[in-house]
Write a protein that binds this ligand. Structure first.
Ligand code: FAD
Ligand code: SIN
Length: 535
């Protein structure tokens, strides 16, 4: 298969880019591949909303920039923060034109929410299901373009570079080129190749490497792992954001239900097992301090009181107000016997967002030619050491737009490289069907256990060293399976999760300080050397 634009991922980043490319180039083909259903993405689960300055009387670009820089704890790229905050407003306008509906007051002004680290009310939302609404609008808009094709249940295995033509490619090889990808097409169960002029990675996050996460099953760090294997640059993987308030449901594995931070924005109060509103002991901003501070405070309270969760108290919020803003949360709580007017909601931190990822420049360009990255898989410099709440949907749209702008110039001058016909087919000779799925499923649980127990909210040198040793063993065993068995999405995901976990631990090891989301008790202070870790 050949295409002009290849988009990997159907969340907000992938769909934004695809729509723009299809609109601008009606005679060119835009192909989206996605590994499960089109809407099964982190995007669909976004609750709180999208941050953006729309009320210029009370708010300003400067305030949003300042809040982002404070949350980022010294590591944001200020130029990128300015770009995202200022250009974000146009991108929000665009998605509204594509059909996304955000809640409004009776007078027609947008209803604005507030979350941790924001000095003003500036979060546009659609009740507590903002991502679902944005994903719906983008998928609906997509249907109007005949030059967009979307292939579902199509798993991208690897990027194709000079390596596949028999050349030695290392981290110091200049001009690594991306010619397209190998995919596992689940309809044919064959590994096929897709060649492309321009490829965008929009593969989302990696929360699934932890036992408890707000992310759906698709979030296994595939894009980051692929770029690392292709010898591209990866940055700041140690900054994993734990959301303070995932619903605590004993026995539930996989994806935890989120209780949006907007609930605390509307007055929700965190309490420990003794009923104490403990946040005032940790930060003057109390329940609306940035997420790293709140998550660490909860972790500390859980350890002090010996419990697996704390509580969120919303009993004082009038029911009508609560159900109007948070109908989804209200229904979920009710479905498990929690009456939010009478009961406290049990919550605990869960892995939520990857601030680092594939290193890009201000135009979404990765270190590999013709390969862009946008959305959660990318490290653009916006988030630094900690992402400000509701800045990621904004970043995804801004960088998809910028990648598209840059790719536009390239596509007009570029046709498929002459070497592409010689790219070999996937070689599966000598591989056999896996005999025991347990070898994969058990290793996956082990990865999640290692990462949760040793590389969580609080880290130590000993825990990181242990994690690395255990991951090494899993890597060896999984590589041997990969070489000898027929590929399955489960095996490829396991392999990607091990690589992603390795990158998180490696970056954590290199950072000999505590900053933002990375807290190592062996180096409790910030270092004077302010630097990104690039692998
Ligand atoms: P995603 O939306 O995750 O899409 C990734 C796509 O890549 C999927 O289609 C997936 O199938 C595909 N893919 C991955 N690997 C492969 C592969 N190997 N082959 C083929 N396809 C592949 N952010 C905010 O700004 N505001 C919020 O209110 C907010 N709330 C959140 C609530 C929850 C519960 C979660 C989990 C996240 C929230 N976030 C929020 C974060 C935000 O939703 C995500 O960062 C953002 O949606 C990521 O978009 P994306 O397009 O980069 O990736
Ligand atoms: C939330 O709604 O609390 C999540 C917001 C975000 O992750 O940006």
């Amino acid at each position: 298969m050949q295409t002009d634009f290849l988009v990997i991922g159907s969340g907000i980043a992938g769909l934004t880019f695809a729509l723009k490319a299809a609109q601008q180039f009606p005679d060119k083909k835009v192909l989206i591949v996605t590994k499960t259903q089109a809407d099964e993405t982190n995007t669909k689960y976004a609750q709180g909303g999208i941050a953006g300055v729309t009320d210029f009387e009370k708010d300003s670009f400067d305030k949003h920039i300042e809040d982002t820089l404070i949350a980022g704890d010294g590591l944001c790229n200020k130029a990128v923060v300015e770009i995202v905050v200022k250009e974000g407003v146009d991108r929000i306008r665009e998605i509204i034109e594509w059909g996304a509906r955000f809640d409004k007051e009776a007078d027609g002004d947008y209803k604005l929410g507030k979350e941790g680290g924001h000095s003003e009310f500036r979060i546009l939302h659609h009740k507590d299901v903002t991502g679902r609404e944005m994903e719906r609008a983008l998928l609906d808009a997509l249907n109007t373009y005949k030059n967009i094709e979307i292939i579902k249940h199509c798993f991208v295995v690897d990027l194709i570079t000079q390596h596949h033509l028999g050349f030695l490619v290392t981290k110091s090889t200049p001009d690594i080129e991306c010619y397209g990808v190998y995919v596992l097409n689940r309809e044919t169960n064959q590994i096929e190749k897709i060649l492309a002029n321009i490829t965008l990675l929009a593969t989302g996050g990696n929360g699934q490497v932890y036992r408890s996460t707000t992310n759906p099953y698709i979030a296994t760090g595939d894009g980051v792992a692929m770029v690392y294997r292709a010898k591209g640059r990866i940055e700041n993987m140690e900054f994993i954001q734990f959301h303070p308030t995932a619903l605590y449901e004993p026995g539930v594995r996989g994806q935890s239900f989120l209780i949006t931070e907007a609930v605390r924005g509307d007055g929700g109060i965190l309490r420990n097992k003794n009923g104490e509103a403990f946040m005032e002991r940790y930060d003057s901003r109390k329940d609306l301090a940035p997420r790293d501070i709140v998550a660490r405070a909860i972790d500390s309270e859980m350890k002090i009181t010996g419990t697996e969760h704390v509580y969120l108290d919303v009993r004082h919020i009038p029911l009508e107000k609560f159900t109007e803003h948070f109908p989804n949360i209200y229904d979920k709580c009710r479905s498990i016997g929690i009456d939010v007017t009478k009961h406290l909601i049990p919550v605990a931190p869960a892995a939520h967002y990857s601030c680092g990822g594939i290193k890009t420049d201000e135009w979404g360009r990765t270190s590999i030619n013709n390969l862009y990255a946008a959305g959660e898989c990318a490290s653009t410099g916006l988030h630094g050491a900690n992402r400000l709440a509701s800045n990621s949907l904004l970043e995804a749209m801004v960088f998809s737009h910028r990648s598209f702008m840059d790719a536009t110039q390239k596509i007009q001058t570029r046709s498929l490289s002459p070497v592409t016909p010689t790219i070999p087919d996937w070689n599966a000779t000598g591989t056999t069907q896996p005999k025991e799925m347990i070898l994969i499923t058990q290793s996956l649980k082990e990865v999640q256990q290692i990462m949760s127990d040793y590389v969580g909210i609080v880290r130590t040198n000993t825990r990181l060293a242990r994690a690395l040793k255990r991951l090494d063993l899993l890597w060896e065993e999984t590589e041997s399976l990969y070489q000898t068995t027929t590929l399955s999405p489960q095996l490829c995901e396991l392999r990607n999760m091990i690589t992603t976990s390795y990158l998180i631990v490696k970056c954590a090891n290199f950072r000999e300080e505590s900053r933002g989301l990375h807290f190592n008790t062996d180096y409790p202070q910030k270092s004077e050397l302010v630097q990104n870790i690039v692998l």
